[in-house]
Design a protein around this ligand. Structure first.
Ligand SMILES: Cc1ncc(COP(=O)(O)O)c(C=O)c1O
Length: 443
């Protein structure tokens, strides 16, 4: 089969596209382009095959261009391109929500549709605030995030997020936000396999903030079950349980950001089910439609939804997006769930995670490796930073791996990996062998 895609000649030098989270000038001098995808692979415009070690951007969980999803989107776009969901409805949005509720943890039978992880984060925060107000506790306005957390780039998610570079350019942000400390503790936990042993007590920081601010002013706490963008920070044993317990005791809502951990990444449909700790709301996106059409969603505990349904007639939540429940996204979503279910992908990780873990930790002792972390089908290889050049060494590994036909992701000096859930053992081996080779080739 000819793997070359038909691509128009484009000049990148003066390209109109201002690329997100990219060093534009550097990229345009030495671009890396992808033009075609199928299953576990991308192909460059020249037809060079690249193994996808990152599921795109943690999102193509079923692998690329899955026929059922492609067909469903084609069918839907020909049947009805768009219809509003404000005071109107279309069947496939209801169908998709119903299907999602079936795989959600018990007691989460409602979903609010958004178009991205960032919108999901802001939507969840707004629902939390409005929920307390609906119950007569409008004084709960504070939102608590965590250092090194990532909840997208909109103002709410940016405010509760904890990655300095994502915040420092954009002013004072949202009022009434505070943060608990992150859980990264390499001195005690380096090279942990799965959940690290030490650090449950980091959750007690929430108690400290309750003392400082008074818990009756705190609406919600938001954390990623496993912090992804900050470099796969796995929660210490007992940590999420402790957060849950403190939130419950003080009437604070616990929001899990499952944009990465949702849809099978940890071996269960959602991270909460993997860890056995239930939030009050959780956000999703990415794997929801296998990234075929952008979409996100916030899952809401029944008791929270019911609190909104107690008032007088009329709109219960003044919130929504033009594209909430977009027909194309819903069609992609239904076909995605079909694919996940037919192939057992939402639980497949439990059958390969030991192989994944051993392969990842096989890099212990390789040049420059300072720490290795893993959970489900996520892994991070943290490198020693080159003196005076933070991020440079990992970036070189990334470029060389791409040239050798493996797509990895780097954030600072950490290599983050999250292949599609269909990955085979031989492909896992290839990803880590490639990284080992590249680590030996950089100084
Ligand atoms: C945990 C988490 N939340 C939110 C987002 C933002 O999602 P999006 O880029 O779709 O807005 C991301 C993206 O990586 C994420 O990892």
């Amino acid at each position: 089969m000819n793997k070359r895609a038909e691509v128009k000649e484009i000049s990148l030098e003066q390209a109109a596209f201002w690329m997100p989270f990219t060093a534009n000038r550097q990229f345009k001098k030495a671009p890396r382009l992808l033009a075609r995808a199928e299953g576990m692979y991308y192909w460059t415009p020249e037809g060079r095959q690249v193994l996808d070690g990152t599921a795109g951007l943690w999102c193509v969980n079923a692998g690329h261009c899955r026929p059922k999803i492609v067909e469903a989107v084609k069918r839907q776009v020909a049947q009805m391109d768009f219809a509003p969901t404000f005071q109107m409805g279309h069947p496939i949005a209801f169908e998709f929500a119903e299907r999602l509720a079936r795989i959600a943890p018990e007691g989460f039978s409602r979903v609010f549709f958004t178009n991205s992880g960032s919108e999901s984060a802001d939507t969840a925060l707004k629902i939390a605030l409005a929920y307390h107000r609906a119950r007569g506790e409008a004084g709960r306005y504070r939102l608590i995030g965590r250092e090194r957390g990532y909840h997208g780039v909109n103002f709410g998610g940016m405010a509760v997020g904890g990655i300095t570079a994502n915040k420092k350019f954009f002013g004072p942000g949202v009022a009434g936000v505070d943060h608990i400390r992150h859980t990264h503790d390499p001195a005690r936990n380096a090279f942990s396999r799965g959940q690290p042993k030490h650090g449950q007590e980091f959750a007690d920081e929430l108690e400290r903030l309750c003392l400082l601010h008074d818990p009756s002013t705190i609406a919600a706490v938001i954390v990623e079950p496993v912090a992804g963008s900050a470099g796969v920070l796995v929660p210490p044993v007992g940590y999420l349980e402790r957060l849950r317990e403190i939130c419950t005791r003080h009437g604070i809502l616990l929001i899990f950001d499952e944009v990465i951990t949702g849809f099978g990444r940890l071996g269960k449909p959602f991270g909460s089910q993997h860890f056995g700790v239930m939030p009050d709301l959780f956000t999703t996106a990415k794997g929801m439609t296998n990234a075929t059409v952008p979409m996100g969603g916030v899952f809401i505990k029944d008791s929270i939804f019911e609190a909104f349904m107690q008032g007088g007639e009329g709109i219960e939540l003044f919130h929504g997006y033009t594209y909430s429940g977009h027909p194309l996204a819903c069609a992609a979503g239904v076909a995605t769930l079909d694919t996940y279910e037919e192939e057992g992908l939402l639980t497949r990780v439990s059958t390969i995670e030991k192989h994944w873990e051993s392969a990842a930790h096989g890099l212990k002792g390789a040049p420059h490796v300072a720490d290795i972390r893993n959970c489900g089908l996520m892994a991070a290889i943290e490198l020693e930073a080159r003196a005076g050049q933070p991020g440079k060494r990992a970036y070189e590994v990334f470029v060389k791996a791409f040239e050798a036909g493996v797509l990895i992701r780097v954030t600072g000096d950490t290599i983050a990996l999250s292949p599609p859930l269909i990955v085979e053992k031989a492909q896992i081996d290839r990803i880590f062998e490639c990284i080992a080779t590249m680590l030996r080739s950089v100084n």
